[in-house]
Ligand binder design. Structure first.
Ligand SMILES: Cc1cc2nc3c(=O)[nH]c(=O)nc-3n(C[C@H](O)[C@H](O)[C@H](O)COP(=O)(O)OP(=O)(O)OC[C@H]3O[C@@H](n4cnc5c(N)ncnc54)[C@H](O)[C@@H]3O)c2cc1C
Ligand code: FES
Length: 281
């Protein structure tokens, strides 16, 4: 049983949980993730470690409410317990000195933030590109602004905040100006794919944090299979980070869409229940 020590709400749909997990805190590294169940019959979903404290024995994760499980999690409060938490899982993100650009889109911004913060802590020169369809979907903007970044670039498809367009616009400019040594991208598949193509054109190495559906998170179920460089990899144990220029993006997009119908049904059923959070507003 993992107690929620602290709950913070960043915006309508974004929360941070600090949970008591001394064993996990001892081993957690940047880029690794944990898997959580909201209740006894729930599915297990992955979240990246946002922070941890080995002495005090806690870990934190930031999540955005998008479907049933994240809705249920958002209802929990300080003092409540998470039934089932597993981690640390996956390989740590490779970090090093140099001039980095961290690119995050949509819910991927929750994963990009701890990576950018850790790179800053380690003394790298870090620029961040945040992307979303509209201003409403940008998350953690204030938290990114508080980091000692070289530059912060915001793009929205409709121009409601920052530059109108997609993340590859500032990325192309940074690469062409020779201002970047390495890139890290996390977000929707098209965003990662076109970031990879842009970086490849300029010979800038780029890592993508892949987000296929995960079930066990330990390499046994095969659900998180991804094709990288013509080889089958399991994102939960071999990743989630891979060389973005080698990823089969079409395969990943198809895998992510596998359970769309069931995900929509689960959310619709939750809305029908009396304790759905939307009835309490
Ligand atoms: C390695 C990894 C790290 C992640 N870290 C974070 C994080 O730090 N913060 C955050 O907000 N989100 C993170 N995610 C995404 C997060 O797991 C999903 O947002 C969450 O599972 C949605 O569940 P749901 O039931 O609320 O939504 P659903 O309506 O069930 O699903 C919505 C979408 O979420 C994704 N998803 C659903 N279930 C899973 C699953 N079991 N495994 C993987 N993806 C799933 C799918 O793309 C799906 O289409 C991460 C994903 C991966 C793979
Ligand atoms: S989630 Fe089951 S093998 Fe990766």
């Amino acid at each position: 049983m993992y107690q929620i020590l602290h709950k913070e709400q960043y915006s309508e749909k974004v929360f941070k949980f600090r949970i008591h997990a001394p064993q996990m805190a001892k081993k957690a590294q940047a880029g690794q993730f944990l898997m959580v169940r909201a209740d006894e019959t729930g599915e297990r979903v992955p979240f990246t470690f946002a922070d941890w404290n080995r002495e005090e024995g806690w870990i934190e994760f930031i999540f955005m409410v998008i479907g049933k499980t994240t809705t249920l999690l958002s209802q929990l409060n300080e003092g409540d317990y998470l039934k089932d938490v597993t981690g640390p899982l996956g390989q740590p993100t490779e970090m090093g000195p140099g001039r980095w650009v961290v690119i995050g889109g949509g819910v991927g911004l929750a994963i990009a933030y701890p990576v950018a913060r850790e790179l800053c802590r380690r003394g790298a020169e870090v620029s961040v590109i945040m992307g979303a369809r509209t201003a409403d979907l940008l998350i953690l903007t204030e938290q990114f602004r508080e980091l000692p970044l070289k530059g912060l670039y915001i793009t929205t498809d409709d121009g409601s905040e920052g530059e109108k367009g997609v993340v590859t616009l500032p990325l192309e400019r940074l690469c062409a100006a020779g201002e970047i040594d390495r890139a890290f991208a996390v977000g929707p598949v098209p965003m990662m794919k076109f970031s990879a193509l842009t970086c490849e054109k300029h010979n800038v190495p780029i890592t993508a944090s892949l987000n296929p559906i995960m079930v066990d998170g330990t390499g046994m179920c095969g659900c998180c299979r991804v094709e990288v460089g013509g080889q089958t990899k399991f994102a939960c144990v071999d990743g989630p980070d891979f060389d973005a220029t080698q990823v089969d993006w079409n395969d990943l997009a198809a895998r992510q869409a596998t359970y769309r119908t069931q995900e929509a049904e689960a959310m619709a059923h939750l809305h029908e229940e009396e304790d759905c959070p939307c009835h309490r507003k």
